[in-house]
Design a protein. Sequence first.
Length: 237
Amino acid sequence: MAIPGAEPGGLGSTLPLARAVTPDGDVVVLVGAESSAARAAAYAQDDDVVAVMDITDVAPVSVPQRVRGHAQIGGWLTTVRGDDELALASALLADRLPPEPPGGAPERVALRLEFGEAVVEDLWGEGHVEPEEFAAARPDPLARHEADLLQHLAAAHEERVHGLCALLGERGAGCAAAALRAVPLALDRFGLRVRYCAPAGEQAEPFDVHFPFPGPVADVAGLRRAMHRLFDAAEEC
């Protein structure tokens, strides 16, 4: 998280310890009490501190070109104040970090980033996100499980993931002939994205394929059924 106009790595550059989104679409961030962001917010007059949060999404599996996307969220930074705001921030961040040790001055503080706009560039495309869109968005039901699920697919079901290339028709036959690696890259309620890579020592540009589920899944149980249907369809080809 940076405050525009500050020197890179100097005043205005802070690595949040945790973050969460409020029901109204603002971002609560937990930072060190002595961080530049905490100091700037403490001395700010209302909402006169502009801040930009830069987020990089990295694939949780070993794959060429692991960065899956970037996002920048810009807005106005203030200290969380009042009992209601403090209670909300504590509830949102409760499962993200262990509690502070008792006694002494607080080691971290909660700040509120009032959402202004966001720019997102990822595997699905790029575009701007307005405050109303951000506030209306809800987390994907698989988001908290995605890293574990992808690592499990890569470690325990490598052959079945590779077998999905049978669903690609002629292109799939080429994948099999070239002995390409198939690495599960991304997973959400709409489907599985697989990256096809050349074997070690060979030079070839990797490419991604999205395998959609018949319908959006609501939980891990629904994901299991959807994945079995994908695997079964590939085996029948």
